[in-house]
Design a protein around this ligand. Sequence first.
Ligand SMILES: Nc1ncnc2c1ncn2[C@@H]1O[C@H](COP(=O)(O)OP(=O)(O)OP(=O)(O)O)[C@@H](O)[C@H]1O
Ligand SMILES: Nc1ncnc2c1ncn2[C@@H]1O[C@H](COP(=O)(O)OP(=O)(O)OP(=O)(O)O)[C@@H](O)[C@H]1O
Ligand SMILES: [Mg+2]
Ligand SMILES: [Mg+2]
Lengths: 226, 226
Amino acid sequence: PVVARDVRRTYYMGESVDALDGVSLSLPAGSYTAVMGPSGSGKSTLMNLLGCLDTPDEGTVEIGGRSVGDLSGGERARLRGTEIGFVFQTFNLMPRLTAAENVTLPLVFHDGVEAGRHERAETLLSRVGLGDRLDHAPNELSGGQRQRVAIARALANEPTLLLADEPTGNLDTETGNEILAVFDELQAAGRTILMVTHERRVAERADRIVHLIDGELAEIEQLEGK
Amino acid sequence: PVVARDVRRTYYMGESVDALDGVSLSLPAGSYTAVMGPSGSGKSTLMNLLGCLDTPDEGTVEIGGRSVGDLSGGERARLRGTEIGFVFQTFNLMPRLTAAENVTLPLVFHDGVEAGRHERAETLLSRVGLGDRLDHAPNELSGGQRQRVAIARALANEPTLLLADEPTGNLDTETGNEILAVFDELQAAGRTILMVTHERRVAERADRIVHLIDGELAEIEQLEGK
Ligand SMILES: Nc1ncnc2c1ncn2[C@@H]1O[C@H](COP(=O)(O)OP(=O)(O)OP(=O)(O)O)[C@@H](O)[C@H]1O
Ligand SMILES: Nc1ncnc2c1ncn2[C@@H]1O[C@H](COP(=O)(O)OP(=O)(O)OP(=O)(O)O)[C@@H](O)[C@H]1O
Ligand SMILES: [Mg+2]
Ligand SMILES: [Mg+2]
C-alpha cells in the first residue's frame, strides 16, 4: 500500500516550474494502475516520488504505512533495493556492465551466492526474450533490448511495488505484449504495479487509468471488467 | 535520393550477429517512408547506415548518386551536418548544454551570426512546444521534452533527408501528432523522410511502410491514398 498525500514538487529555474501541484493517490496492495498525460505533465516526477528516489517539497509519501520522509537515506536505499522495482524512462543501465551484470545489480541487497544471482539474471533475461544477449553491453543492444534489460533488472529482487515508466515505448506490439503478460503475472502474484504509458492500448491492461494534466490529477478512470 | 544496395552489417561477439542481412531500399526525393519491425530486427542499424553514421560490411549506400563509402571522413561529416537530420532513438543530447544550445549545434556547419542561430533554435523549439524551456539542460526536462529537443535539433539545418528513429516514442498522442504535422510540412517542402516507429497509427502518416524482420526486408507496404 503506497499513498501519496497532496504531494508538490517545484523546480526553480528563474521562473518556478510546478512539476507536481498537489497530487493525492492511493495504490492498494495488488492494484495495477496506469498513468497517462501530456508530455511534461508530471508523470515521471510522480513515479520518482513514489519510488523514493526524490522527496516532495510538500505533502507526504507513505509506503506500508511509514512516511518515507521519516526514513534515513540508508533505510530508503534498502527499501528501494528490496521492495521496489523501477523501470526508468531512460533505462539507466550501467554502460560498462553486460546485460546479465546489470540485472544482478539489485540482488546485492539479497544474501545468496554469486552463481544464484547469475542464474536469476539468466532466467529473467530469457523471460523478456534476451536469453541470447546475456553478455552484450548496453551499446551492443538495440533500444528495445536495452529497455527489456531495464525491465528484467526491475524484476530481479521480486519487488512488491513495480514502477514502470513507459516500459513499452521502444517495443513493437508483439514484444510489448510479452512484457505486459509478465506484468499481468506479477499482479496475479499480488504485486502492486504503477505504469506510465502514452498508449491507450497498453494502459487498458491496468485496473484503472490516472490522468495527469499540468502537475495535477485530472481524473481517475476505472476500467470495465477489472 | 538515397539508395541502399544489398547492405549487410554484422557484429562479432563470439557468435556473429547479423544486424542487417542484405537489405536494398530506395528513398526517392520527397518520399516519406516508415519502418516497422520487431525489437532487434535492424531498424536503427539501417538508419545509421543511411545516415552515414556507420558503413556497411557489404553492399553500398548512395546519397545523391555518390557512394558514401567513397567519401572521406570529413566529407561524410559535412554531408551529415548539411543534408541530414537525425533524431536518435536515445536522443543523444549534450548534457551540459541547454535545449537552445543543443539545437544550434548542427548550425556550426552554416555561416551566420551567433544571434541568427539562437533565433533559429528558439523558432524550432517553439514549433515543438518548448518555447518556455530554452534554457533547461536535458536533465531539467521530461523524457518527451528531451525527445522534442532532439527533433528540433534534427530540423536545425533544414535537412534534405530526415531520419527519425521512434520520434514519438515518449510523447502523448496529442504532442506526437504535433510532431507528425511538422514532418508532413517537411515532406510538402520536398524533403525526404525515413521514420522508424512501432505504432501503426504513426506509420500510416507515411506513403509506405517497410517491414524488417531479422535483418531482412520482409515487405514494402504501399499505403492507400498516398
Ligand atoms: N554494437 C553491437 N554489437 C553487437 N550486436 C549489436 C550491436 N548493435 C546492435 N546489435 C544487435 O543487432 C541487432 C539489430 O539492432 P538494431 O538496433 O538495429 O535493432 P532495432 O530494430 O533498432 O531494435 P529496437 O526496435 O529494439 O530499437 C540487435 O539484435 C542487436 O542486439
Ligand atoms: N530538474 C528539473 N528542473 C526543472 N524542471 C524540471 C526538472 N525535471 C522536470 N522538470 C519539469 O517538470 C515537468 C514535469 O516533468 P516530468 O518528467 O514529470 O514530466 P512527464 O509527464 O514524465 O513528461 P514525459 O511524458 O515527457 O516524460 C516538466 O515540464 C519538466 O520540464
Ligand atoms: Mg516522463
Ligand atoms: Mg532501434
